[in-house]
Every structure is written in C-alpha cells, then in structure tokens.
Design a protein around this ligand. Sequence first.
Ligand code: HH2
Length: 272
Amino acid sequence: MRFPIEERFPRPSVMGVVNVTPDSFSNGGVNFRTEDAVASAHRMVEEGAALVDVGGESTRPGSEGVSAAEELRRIVPVLEELGGSVPLSIDTAKAEVARRALELGAELVNDITALRGDPDLAEVVASSGAYLCLMHMRGEPRTMQDNPTYEDVAAEVTSFLEERLHFAVDAGIPVERICLDPGFGFGKTVEQNFELLGRLGEIVALGRPVLVGLSRKRSLGRILGDPDATTGPLSASLAAAVEAYGRGAAIFRVHEVREHVEALTVAAAVPR
Ligand code: HH2
C-alpha cells in the first residue's frame, strides 16, 4: 500500500530529468549513453532530487516519436542499473514501456498524453499501484506549436485536467496517487504559458498536487528577448519555479537539481 502522492513527494519536491535521447530540446544527447544517464541520476539524488524522471523519447516541438522497441532499448539498461538505488519515474505514453519500467522499480508514470495515447496504459498503472502524472497537451508534439488558440487557456487546461482525472479514477487508479500538470510549452504560445503560470491556482484548486515542467522551456528564452529561442536559461527557470511554488505547485520537473532545490528551499522558508 503506497502513501498518497502528496505524502510521498511533499511540497516542494524536485524531479530531476534524465533524457536518454539523442535529440531532446533541452539537453539532447548528454545522457544518451547508459553510463552518463546512470551517473546523472545518482548525482541528481545527491543534489536533493526526490525522484528522477527517465525518458526515452523526445517530445520537443516538431519531433516525430520513436517506437516502443526503441524506447525500451534506450531506457531498460538505465533502469536495470538504477533499480532500487534511485526513486524513479518513467516519462512515457506507452503501456509496454511503462510496464517494463514499473517491473524495474519505477514508481510513477509520467504520461504527457494524460492516458489518451495508449488505451492499455490506464490498466498498467491501475494494476501496479504506481503514481501517475496527467499532463495537458494540445495536439501532439509534431504539430502542437502550429498556432495554438484558446478562448481562455487557464480555464480550458483546468477543465481538461479535471476530465482526465475523472477518466483515470474511473479506470481504477486511486485519486490519491494522481498529480496534474498544465504542460507548459505543449501547444501554448509564450503569452498562454505565462497566463497559465499566473493562474496556476485554478489547477491547484482541483485538489490534486500540481507538477510543473518549466525548466529550460523556450518561452523563458523568448520572454528574455530572443524570438527564436528554443530553450531558456537556468536563471529564468528558477524564477519560473519560484513563481509556480508561490501559486501552489508541488513537484518541479527540472534539469538543474541543486539550484532548484536551493531556490525552492528559500521560497518554502517564507511564511505565507
Ligand atoms: N516536459 C517535457 C517532457 N516531459 N513531462 C511533464 N509531466 N511535464 C513537462 O512539462 C514535460 C514532461 C519536455 O522537456 P524535456 O524532457 O527536457 O525535453 P524532451 O521532451 O525534448 O526530451
């Protein structure tokens, strides 16, 4: 019997990102070799990460996706090395990949499609007792930045997450194992991302812990004045994380763990 996710990962908890990919937008290739990925994961835990999110498929804008076989080929050796020694989540939308990762010790499934990508994933999560992150995305990575439009981005993302939460619970996944993510950068303009950050409290009000992935996102580079930026710097990532914390975010998916742990420790020390 697992703890509710808010007890297992109390606010603020930092999730370190290990992309076992050649082409991630943020750090493509640095952890593509198994030994580099394993070393990064250990270092992140030493730096204060509450868990490490391992992914074998880039979701950067415009990317095509890879097969389950290729995703498994990338992540299984890493999880085999890490199993048991590091708290792990698996960044995948594929049931087959999630199943193997859970067997190898992962405790959270981070699904950027919010159980819309693979009809078998809900059952894998429900029967394993894993934690689950449901994320909002408009469209799919290949096309998601083609002029996304919303009447009211915060209201639409919030009602989408509420609907996916009901779907997951109806599929047999206990509500206390689920967290929600607005999906910064997934089918949103710079303005929409900042609107969403400002109104994060509306998602927090759904009553589930909120996970945010703002680290290095291109909107941060663009707000700093480069209209063609594909990433954002650490300084901007930290500011965004602290703003999200102030609005109730609980789990922070980041590339630079130590700096985020330090910034969030300071933010959390301020009485509210
Ligand atoms: N962002 C990315 C990937 N997975 N998962 C959640 N829950 N939230 C996010 O914001 C999120 C995510 C994209 O970042 P990254 O992993 O650095 O890049 P890539 O997808 O290109 O590997």
